[in-house]
Design a protein around this ligand. Structure first.
Ligand SMILES: *Cc1c(COP(=O)(O)O)cnc(C)c1O
Length: 392
Protein backbone atom coordinates (compact mmCIF):
# COMPACT_ATOMS: atom_id res chain seq x y z
CA UNK A 1 0.00 0.00 0.00
CA UNK A 2 1.56 3.26 1.10
CA UNK A 3 -0.49 5.10 -1.48
CA UNK A 4 -2.46 8.02 -0.07
CA UNK A 5 -6.19 7.81 -0.69
CA UNK A 6 -6.17 11.18 -2.35
CA UNK A 7 -3.84 9.83 -5.04
CA UNK A 8 -5.61 6.59 -5.87
CA UNK A 9 -6.91 6.21 -9.41
CA UNK A 10 -10.40 5.25 -8.25
CA UNK A 11 -11.10 7.45 -5.25
CA UNK A 12 -13.78 6.65 -2.70
CA UNK A 13 -15.49 9.76 -3.87
CA UNK A 14 -17.13 8.01 -6.81
CA UNK A 15 -20.68 7.50 -7.97
CA UNK A 16 -20.34 3.71 -7.85
CA UNK A 17 -19.43 3.95 -4.20
CA UNK A 18 -22.85 5.37 -3.40
CA UNK A 19 -24.68 2.51 -5.06
CA UNK A 20 -22.81 -0.52 -3.82
CA UNK A 21 -25.14 -3.28 -2.71
CA UNK A 22 -24.58 -4.73 0.72
CA UNK A 23 -21.28 -6.56 0.64
CA UNK A 24 -20.91 -10.03 2.08
CA UNK A 25 -17.12 -9.59 2.19
CA UNK A 26 -17.42 -7.50 5.33
CA UNK A 27 -18.06 -8.59 8.90
CA UNK A 28 -19.24 -5.06 9.53
CA UNK A 29 -20.85 -3.70 6.36
CA UNK A 30 -21.49 -0.05 5.75
CA UNK A 31 -24.84 -0.23 3.94
CA UNK A 32 -27.87 -1.38 5.91
CA UNK A 33 -30.42 -0.80 3.15
CA UNK A 34 -31.14 -4.47 2.52
CA UNK A 35 -31.93 -4.86 6.22
CA UNK A 36 -34.02 -1.72 6.39
CA UNK A 37 -36.25 -2.78 3.51
CA UNK A 38 -36.07 -6.53 4.18
CA UNK A 39 -39.87 -6.79 4.20
CA UNK A 40 -41.17 -4.52 1.45
CA UNK A 41 -44.64 -6.14 1.29
CA UNK A 42 -46.46 -3.41 3.26
CA UNK A 43 -44.91 -0.81 0.94
CA UNK A 44 -45.88 -2.83 -2.14
CA UNK A 45 -49.46 -2.91 -0.86
CA UNK A 46 -49.50 0.90 -0.64
CA UNK A 47 -47.85 1.18 -4.05
CA UNK A 48 -50.58 -1.02 -5.51
CA UNK A 49 -53.19 1.41 -4.22
CA UNK A 50 -51.26 4.28 -5.74
CA UNK A 51 -51.06 2.54 -9.13
CA UNK A 52 -54.77 1.76 -9.11
CA UNK A 53 -55.58 5.38 -8.20
CA UNK A 54 -53.48 6.83 -11.04
CA UNK A 55 -52.66 9.73 -8.70
CA UNK A 56 -49.04 9.95 -9.87
CA UNK A 57 -48.02 13.61 -9.59
CA UNK A 58 -48.37 15.84 -6.53
CA UNK A 59 -51.38 13.91 -5.36
CA UNK A 60 -52.68 12.67 -2.05
CA UNK A 61 -49.61 10.70 -0.94
CA UNK A 62 -47.26 13.65 -1.54
CA UNK A 63 -49.57 15.95 0.43
CA UNK A 64 -49.71 13.43 3.28
CA UNK A 65 -45.93 13.15 3.36
CA UNK A 66 -45.51 16.93 3.34
CA UNK A 67 -47.88 17.27 6.32
CA UNK A 68 -46.07 14.56 8.28
CA UNK A 69 -42.68 16.05 7.47
CA UNK A 70 -43.68 19.56 8.56
CA UNK A 71 -45.00 18.11 11.84
CA UNK A 72 -41.82 16.09 12.37
CA UNK A 73 -39.56 19.14 12.06
CA UNK A 74 -42.01 21.50 13.74
CA UNK A 75 -42.48 23.97 10.88
CA UNK A 76 -45.48 25.41 9.09
CA UNK A 77 -44.72 24.19 5.57
CA UNK A 78 -42.92 21.29 3.90
CA UNK A 79 -42.63 21.18 0.12
CA UNK A 80 -41.62 17.90 -1.55
CA UNK A 81 -39.10 18.29 -4.38
CA UNK A 82 -37.05 16.06 -6.67
CA UNK A 83 -33.85 15.77 -4.60
CA UNK A 84 -31.94 17.18 -1.65
CA UNK A 85 -29.94 19.26 -4.12
CA UNK A 86 -33.15 20.83 -5.42
CA UNK A 87 -34.26 21.36 -1.82
CA UNK A 88 -31.30 23.77 -1.58
CA UNK A 89 -31.49 25.28 -5.07
CA UNK A 90 -35.23 26.03 -5.17
CA UNK A 91 -35.37 28.12 -1.96
CA UNK A 92 -32.46 30.19 -3.30
CA UNK A 93 -34.50 30.72 -6.46
CA UNK A 94 -37.55 31.59 -4.35
CA UNK A 95 -35.38 34.27 -2.71
CA UNK A 96 -34.52 35.51 -6.24
CA UNK A 97 -30.84 34.68 -5.89
CA UNK A 98 -28.97 34.15 -9.15
CA UNK A 99 -26.36 35.61 -11.51
CA UNK A 100 -24.06 38.18 -9.93
CA UNK A 101 -24.92 37.08 -6.39
CA UNK A 102 -22.80 35.23 -3.84
CA UNK A 103 -23.87 32.57 -1.35
CA UNK A 104 -21.60 31.63 1.55
CA UNK A 105 -21.23 27.97 2.51
CA UNK A 106 -18.81 25.55 4.18
CA UNK A 107 -15.62 24.53 2.35
CA UNK A 108 -15.82 20.92 3.58
CA UNK A 109 -19.37 20.20 2.43
CA UNK A 110 -20.58 17.53 0.02
CA UNK A 111 -20.60 18.66 -3.62
CA UNK A 112 -24.41 19.01 -3.72
CA UNK A 113 -24.40 22.19 -1.61
CA UNK A 114 -21.97 23.98 -3.90
CA UNK A 115 -23.67 22.51 -6.97
CA UNK A 116 -27.08 23.79 -5.85
CA UNK A 117 -25.72 27.32 -5.38
CA UNK A 118 -23.92 27.24 -8.74
CA UNK A 119 -27.07 26.00 -10.52
CA UNK A 120 -28.86 29.22 -9.59
CA UNK A 121 -26.09 31.17 -11.34
CA UNK A 122 -24.80 32.54 -8.03
CA UNK A 123 -21.18 32.17 -6.96
CA UNK A 124 -20.47 29.76 -4.09
CA UNK A 125 -18.17 31.49 -1.58
CA UNK A 126 -16.47 28.98 0.69
CA UNK A 127 -15.50 29.41 4.33
CA UNK A 128 -13.35 26.90 6.25
CA UNK A 129 -14.89 24.54 8.81
CA UNK A 130 -13.82 23.87 12.38
CA UNK A 131 -13.46 20.54 14.20
CA UNK A 132 -17.26 20.29 14.55
CA UNK A 133 -17.29 19.63 10.75
CA UNK A 134 -19.46 22.73 10.34
CA UNK A 135 -18.66 26.20 9.01
CA UNK A 136 -16.33 28.21 11.30
CA UNK A 137 -18.80 30.92 12.25
CA UNK A 138 -15.98 33.23 13.36
CA UNK A 139 -14.81 33.43 9.73
CA UNK A 140 -18.19 34.09 8.10
CA UNK A 141 -18.34 37.85 8.52
CA UNK A 142 -15.04 38.37 6.68
CA UNK A 143 -16.50 36.54 3.66
CA UNK A 144 -19.51 38.87 3.33
CA UNK A 145 -19.34 41.29 0.38
CA UNK A 146 -21.93 43.63 -1.16
CA UNK A 147 -22.83 40.73 -3.48
CA UNK A 148 -23.60 38.27 -0.67
CA UNK A 149 -27.29 37.35 -0.82
CA UNK A 150 -27.55 34.36 1.53
CA UNK A 151 -25.68 32.09 3.94
CA UNK A 152 -26.03 28.31 3.64
CA UNK A 153 -24.66 26.53 6.74
CA UNK A 154 -24.33 22.75 6.43
CA UNK A 155 -25.25 20.42 9.29
CA UNK A 156 -22.58 17.96 8.14
CA UNK A 157 -22.39 14.42 9.60
CA UNK A 158 -25.41 15.29 11.78
CA UNK A 159 -23.35 17.86 13.70
CA UNK A 160 -24.81 21.35 13.94
CA UNK A 161 -23.38 24.76 13.09
CA UNK A 162 -23.32 27.33 15.91
CA UNK A 163 -26.67 28.62 14.64
CA UNK A 164 -27.18 31.06 17.51
CA UNK A 165 -24.07 33.02 16.47
CA UNK A 166 -24.63 32.56 12.75
CA UNK A 167 -28.17 33.99 12.96
CA UNK A 168 -26.80 37.08 14.76
CA UNK A 169 -24.35 37.69 11.92
CA UNK A 170 -27.04 37.08 9.28
CA UNK A 171 -29.47 39.45 11.00
CA UNK A 172 -26.81 42.13 11.40
CA UNK A 173 -26.19 42.04 7.63
CA UNK A 174 -29.82 41.48 6.62
CA UNK A 175 -29.00 38.14 4.96
CA UNK A 176 -31.37 35.19 4.66
CA UNK A 177 -30.14 31.82 5.92
CA UNK A 178 -31.00 28.63 4.04
CA UNK A 179 -29.84 25.60 6.01
CA UNK A 180 -28.44 22.53 4.32
CA UNK A 181 -29.97 20.08 6.78
CA UNK A 182 -29.63 17.08 4.43
CA UNK A 183 -27.52 15.17 6.98
CA UNK A 184 -29.12 16.71 10.05
CA UNK A 185 -32.71 15.57 10.41
CA UNK A 186 -33.87 16.06 14.05
CA UNK A 187 -30.54 17.56 15.13
CA UNK A 188 -30.62 20.61 17.44
CA UNK A 189 -28.49 23.55 18.54
CA UNK A 190 -29.32 25.23 21.87
CA UNK A 191 -32.52 23.15 21.94
CA UNK A 192 -33.73 24.43 18.54
CA UNK A 193 -34.14 22.03 15.65
CA UNK A 194 -32.19 22.15 12.39
CA UNK A 195 -34.47 23.40 9.65
CA UNK A 196 -36.23 25.95 11.86
CA UNK A 197 -33.59 28.68 12.02
CA UNK A 198 -33.55 30.54 8.74
CA UNK A 199 -35.82 31.49 5.86
CA UNK A 200 -35.90 27.90 4.64
CA UNK A 201 -33.98 24.62 4.89
CA UNK A 202 -33.37 21.66 2.60
CA UNK A 203 -33.52 17.97 3.51
CA UNK A 204 -32.64 14.95 1.38
CA UNK A 205 -34.46 11.61 1.22
CA UNK A 206 -31.61 9.94 -0.71
CA UNK A 207 -31.11 6.24 0.19
CA UNK A 208 -28.00 7.14 2.22
CA UNK A 209 -29.74 9.68 4.46
CA UNK A 210 -31.23 8.97 7.91
CA UNK A 211 -34.82 9.17 6.60
CA UNK A 212 -34.55 7.55 3.20
CA UNK A 213 -36.58 6.38 0.22
CA UNK A 214 -35.93 4.20 -2.84
CA UNK A 215 -34.37 6.84 -5.02
CA UNK A 216 -34.11 10.61 -5.15
CA UNK A 217 -36.29 12.94 -3.16
CA UNK A 218 -36.00 16.09 -1.10
CA UNK A 219 -38.02 18.41 1.11
CA UNK A 220 -37.85 22.16 1.69
CA UNK A 221 -39.23 23.45 4.99
CA UNK A 222 -40.17 27.02 5.83
CA UNK A 223 -42.35 29.02 8.22
CA UNK A 224 -42.74 31.76 5.62
CA UNK A 225 -46.07 31.67 3.72
CA UNK A 226 -44.72 33.67 0.78
CA UNK A 227 -41.68 31.39 0.33
CA UNK A 228 -43.97 28.36 0.58
CA UNK A 229 -46.25 29.72 -2.14
CA UNK A 230 -43.32 30.53 -4.44
CA UNK A 231 -41.75 27.11 -3.90
CA UNK A 232 -44.99 25.33 -4.80
CA UNK A 233 -44.95 27.23 -8.09
CA UNK A 234 -41.22 26.88 -8.78
CA UNK A 235 -41.15 23.09 -8.32
CA UNK A 236 -43.98 22.70 -10.85
CA UNK A 237 -42.92 24.77 -13.89
CA UNK A 238 -44.17 27.98 -12.26
CA UNK A 239 -47.71 26.91 -13.18
CA UNK A 240 -50.45 28.70 -11.29
CA UNK A 241 -52.98 26.37 -12.87
CA UNK A 242 -53.27 24.30 -16.03
CA UNK A 243 -53.22 27.35 -18.29
CA UNK A 244 -51.22 30.07 -16.53
CA UNK A 245 -47.48 30.32 -15.82
CA UNK A 246 -46.65 32.95 -13.23
CA UNK A 247 -42.84 32.52 -13.03
CA UNK A 248 -40.18 30.48 -14.81
CA UNK A 249 -39.83 27.35 -12.73
CA UNK A 250 -38.46 23.82 -12.74
CA UNK A 251 -39.79 20.29 -12.95
CA UNK A 252 -38.83 19.13 -9.47
CA UNK A 253 -41.69 17.40 -7.70
CA UNK A 254 -41.35 14.77 -5.01
CA UNK A 255 -42.20 11.55 -6.83
CA UNK A 256 -45.41 9.90 -5.56
CA UNK A 257 -43.74 6.48 -5.45
CA UNK A 258 -41.07 7.90 -3.13
CA UNK A 259 -43.75 9.63 -1.04
CA UNK A 260 -45.34 6.20 -0.44
CA UNK A 261 -42.02 4.89 0.88
CA UNK A 262 -41.55 8.06 2.93
CA UNK A 263 -45.02 7.76 4.47
CA UNK A 264 -44.21 4.19 5.48
CA UNK A 265 -40.91 5.16 7.17
CA UNK A 266 -41.38 8.67 8.55
CA UNK A 267 -43.02 7.48 11.78
CA UNK A 268 -39.74 5.75 12.68
CA UNK A 269 -37.54 8.82 12.36
CA UNK A 270 -37.29 9.47 16.12
CA UNK A 271 -36.42 5.78 16.74
CA UNK A 272 -33.82 5.80 13.97
CA UNK A 273 -32.30 8.96 15.42
CA UNK A 274 -32.24 7.66 18.99
CA UNK A 275 -30.55 4.42 17.93
CA UNK A 276 -27.89 6.34 16.01
CA UNK A 277 -27.28 8.60 19.01
CA UNK A 278 -26.93 5.57 21.32
CA UNK A 279 -24.57 3.88 18.85
CA UNK A 280 -22.50 7.06 18.62
CA UNK A 281 -22.20 7.22 22.41
CA UNK A 282 -21.11 3.57 22.48
CA UNK A 283 -18.34 4.23 19.96
CA UNK A 284 -17.30 7.37 21.85
CA UNK A 285 -16.80 5.30 25.00
CA UNK A 286 -14.82 2.58 23.19
CA UNK A 287 -12.87 4.49 20.54
CA UNK A 288 -12.32 7.59 22.68
CA UNK A 289 -9.93 5.60 24.88
CA UNK A 290 -7.64 4.65 21.99
CA UNK A 291 -4.57 6.87 21.77
CA UNK A 292 -4.50 7.14 17.94
CA UNK A 293 -8.14 8.30 17.78
CA UNK A 294 -9.32 11.81 18.57
CA UNK A 295 -13.05 12.47 18.90
CA UNK A 296 -14.46 15.75 17.57
CA UNK A 297 -15.62 18.14 20.32
CA UNK A 298 -18.87 16.89 21.88
CA UNK A 299 -20.52 20.26 22.59
CA UNK A 300 -23.23 19.71 25.22
CA UNK A 301 -25.67 22.18 23.60
CA UNK A 302 -25.75 20.13 20.37
CA UNK A 303 -28.06 17.22 19.65
CA UNK A 304 -25.99 15.46 16.98
CA UNK A 305 -27.81 12.77 15.06
CA UNK A 306 -24.87 10.76 13.72
CA UNK A 307 -25.67 10.65 10.05
CA UNK A 308 -21.98 9.73 10.02
CA UNK A 309 -19.80 8.61 12.91
CA UNK A 310 -16.60 10.42 11.96
CA UNK A 311 -13.43 10.74 14.04
CA UNK A 312 -9.82 11.86 13.53
CA UNK A 313 -7.27 9.07 13.17
CA UNK A 314 -3.49 9.04 13.30
CA UNK A 315 -2.08 7.19 10.25
CA UNK A 316 -5.55 7.31 8.74
CA UNK A 317 -4.71 5.71 5.39
CA UNK A 318 -3.07 2.71 7.08
CA UNK A 319 -5.90 2.37 9.59
CA UNK A 320 -8.45 2.53 6.79
CA UNK A 321 -6.71 -0.28 4.89
CA UNK A 322 -6.31 -2.32 8.09
CA UNK A 323 -10.05 -2.01 8.75
CA UNK A 324 -10.93 -3.19 5.24
CA UNK A 325 -8.51 -6.14 5.57
CA UNK A 326 -10.11 -7.15 8.87
CA UNK A 327 -13.64 -6.93 7.45
CA UNK A 328 -14.69 -3.52 8.71
CA UNK A 329 -16.15 -1.42 5.92
CA UNK A 330 -14.96 2.00 7.06
CA UNK A 331 -15.33 5.04 4.76
CA UNK A 332 -13.57 8.34 4.25
CA UNK A 333 -15.81 11.41 3.84
CA UNK A 334 -13.99 12.80 1.89
CA UNK A 335 -10.38 12.13 0.84
CA UNK A 336 -10.15 15.07 -1.58
CA UNK A 337 -11.30 18.49 -0.31
CA UNK A 338 -14.07 19.79 -2.51
CA UNK A 339 -12.31 23.03 -3.39
CA UNK A 340 -9.33 21.05 -4.71
CA UNK A 341 -11.50 19.00 -7.08
CA UNK A 342 -10.92 19.54 -10.78
CA UNK A 343 -14.57 20.49 -11.30
CA UNK A 344 -14.34 23.34 -8.80
CA UNK A 345 -11.16 24.95 -10.14
CA UNK A 346 -13.16 27.75 -11.74
CA UNK A 347 -13.91 28.98 -8.20
CA UNK A 348 -10.21 29.89 -8.05
CA UNK A 349 -9.24 28.67 -4.57
CA UNK A 350 -5.55 27.64 -4.49
CA UNK A 351 -4.42 24.46 -2.65
CA UNK A 352 -3.91 25.20 1.04
CA UNK A 353 -6.58 27.91 1.12
CA UNK A 354 -8.73 26.02 3.66
CA UNK A 355 -6.25 24.50 6.15
CA UNK A 356 -8.82 22.89 8.48
CA UNK A 357 -10.68 21.28 5.59
CA UNK A 358 -7.32 20.00 4.27
CA UNK A 359 -6.31 18.63 7.66
CA UNK A 360 -9.65 16.84 7.99
CA UNK A 361 -9.31 15.25 4.55
CA UNK A 362 -6.10 13.60 5.76
CA UNK A 363 -7.39 12.51 9.17
CA UNK A 364 -11.08 11.60 9.11
CA UNK A 365 -12.50 8.10 9.05
CA UNK A 366 -16.15 7.00 9.38
CA UNK A 367 -17.53 3.82 10.90
CA UNK A 368 -21.04 2.40 10.38
CA UNK A 369 -23.39 3.86 13.02
CA UNK A 370 -26.79 3.10 11.49
CA UNK A 371 -29.83 1.84 13.38
CA UNK A 372 -29.27 -1.77 12.27
CA UNK A 373 -25.71 -2.26 13.45
CA UNK A 374 -25.36 -4.58 16.46
CA UNK A 375 -23.35 -4.06 19.63
CA UNK A 376 -21.27 -7.11 18.67
CA UNK A 377 -20.40 -5.42 15.38
CA UNK A 378 -19.52 -2.19 17.17
CA UNK A 379 -17.34 -4.13 19.62
CA UNK A 380 -15.56 -5.70 16.66
CA UNK A 381 -14.91 -2.26 15.10
CA UNK A 382 -13.46 -1.02 18.41
CA UNK A 383 -11.31 -4.17 18.70
CA UNK A 384 -9.91 -3.79 15.17
CA UNK A 385 -9.04 -0.12 15.68
CA UNK A 386 -7.49 -0.92 19.05
CA UNK A 387 -5.42 -3.77 17.54
CA UNK A 388 -4.15 -1.46 14.81
CA UNK A 389 -2.69 1.05 17.24
CA UNK A 390 -1.39 -1.54 19.71
CA UNK A 391 0.75 -3.06 16.92
CA UNK A 392 2.45 0.27 16.23
C1 LIG B 1 -27.05 14.35 0.38
C2 LIG B 1 -26.68 15.75 0.53
C3 LIG B 1 -27.19 16.75 -0.31
C4 LIG B 1 -28.02 16.51 -1.52
O1 LIG B 1 -28.89 15.51 -1.50
P1 LIG B 1 -29.38 14.69 -2.79
O2 LIG B 1 -30.70 14.22 -2.32
O3 LIG B 1 -28.39 13.61 -3.00
O4 LIG B 1 -29.49 15.63 -3.94
C5 LIG B 1 -26.85 18.07 -0.03
N1 LIG B 1 -26.03 18.39 0.98
C6 LIG B 1 -25.51 17.47 1.79
C7 LIG B 1 -24.62 17.89 2.90
C8 LIG B 1 -25.80 16.12 1.59
O5 LIG B 1 -25.26 15.21 2.39
Amino acid sequence: MGVGLARQATPLFSVQNFQEPESTMFKVRYSYLAQQFADPEPIFAELKKLVLSGDFTLGKVVGEFERKFADLIGVKHAIGVGSGTDALKLPLRALEIGHGDEVITAANTFIATVGAIAETGARPVLVDCDDSFCIDVAQVEAAITPRTKAIMPVQLTGEVTNMTELMKIAEKHGLPVVEDACQGILSEYDGKRSGTWGSAAGFSLHPLKNLNVWGDGGVVVTNDDAIDARLRLIRNHGMKNRDEISILGHNSRLDSVQAVVGNWLIGETHDITNKRIANGAYYDAGLGKISGIRLPPRRPNVKRVFHLYMVFAKDRDALYQYCLDRGVEAKVHYPIPLYQQEGLRPLGYPPGHFPVTDRHAALVISFPVDQHITRAQQDYVIEVVSDFYSKK
